[in-house]
Design a protein around this ligand. Sequence first.
Ligand SMILES: C[S@@+](CC[C@H](N)C(=O)[O-])C[C@H]1O[C@@H](n2cnc3c(N)ncnc32)[C@H](O)[C@@H]1O
Length: 244
Amino acid sequence: MDGFDPMASFGEETAAIYDDEPRGDEAAAVAFLERLAPPPGPALELAVGTGRIALPLAARGVRVDGVDQSAAMVARLRAKPGGNAIGVTMGDFADVPVEGRYPLVYLVFNTIFNLLTQDDQVRCFANVAEHLTDDGSFVVEAAVPSSLYRLRDDQYVDAEAVGVAEVTLDVGRFDPVTQLLDETHVVLAPEGVRLYPIVTRYAWPSELDLMARLAGLRLTQRWGGWEGEPFTGASRLHVSVYGR
Ligand SMILES: C[S@@+](CC[C@H](N)C(=O)[O-])C[C@H]1O[C@@H](n2cnc3c(N)ncnc32)[C@H](O)[C@@H]1O
């Protein structure tokens, strides 16, 4: 997408509304993650954001560290109760710029796809492997591409929310060569139009599995959701666990 700035996509404007509508999977995700890193942990969340998962996991007694590159998102985390207890390193999560090893590293809500090249996604897996304990787990939760971009002719327009005073459209265009999805949430309201652009690089679960193998990891579990739903051809997302 011409002019797209990844640093801006989670700037002040997005951070301000990020927690307005919880995704709804928080309790199930925390229960799943806590089983892999019982208190006291520690666990490392790549792209920790506003602490949607990190804070409730920390509240269970797990020490949670995080990495993120958005000052605006991390400021929201800091402003929440318990937010100062999360040790956040500012930087690119593909670098995993932290010290030490963790029994659990996790990356949820499709965020592996925020790395826009295959090389960066591969580098992320390699760096995670360097920071896992011998029996540690790397959990990736991401959409199955076919369920997400609902493509006709590599593009779509979805009516995301339709209200009396406001309509939100999700508009996307996909390039099957680069696997890049250029997407904008378009908010139409009497006061004007607001755009929330984001670019992501989708990968099938099988491609992520190969990235893990390049990093010396292998798939140990795959589920269709945080509740341990079976992963099938109809699954819209996968929760994948990688270990040595
Ligand atoms: C969809 S939010 C997810 C936040 C949190 N994990 C959650 O589940 O609510 C994506 C987050 O990834 C961060 N992010 C995106 N690309 C990044 C990168 N290359 N390095 C560090 N953080 C990144 C953004 O700043 C944002 O906080």
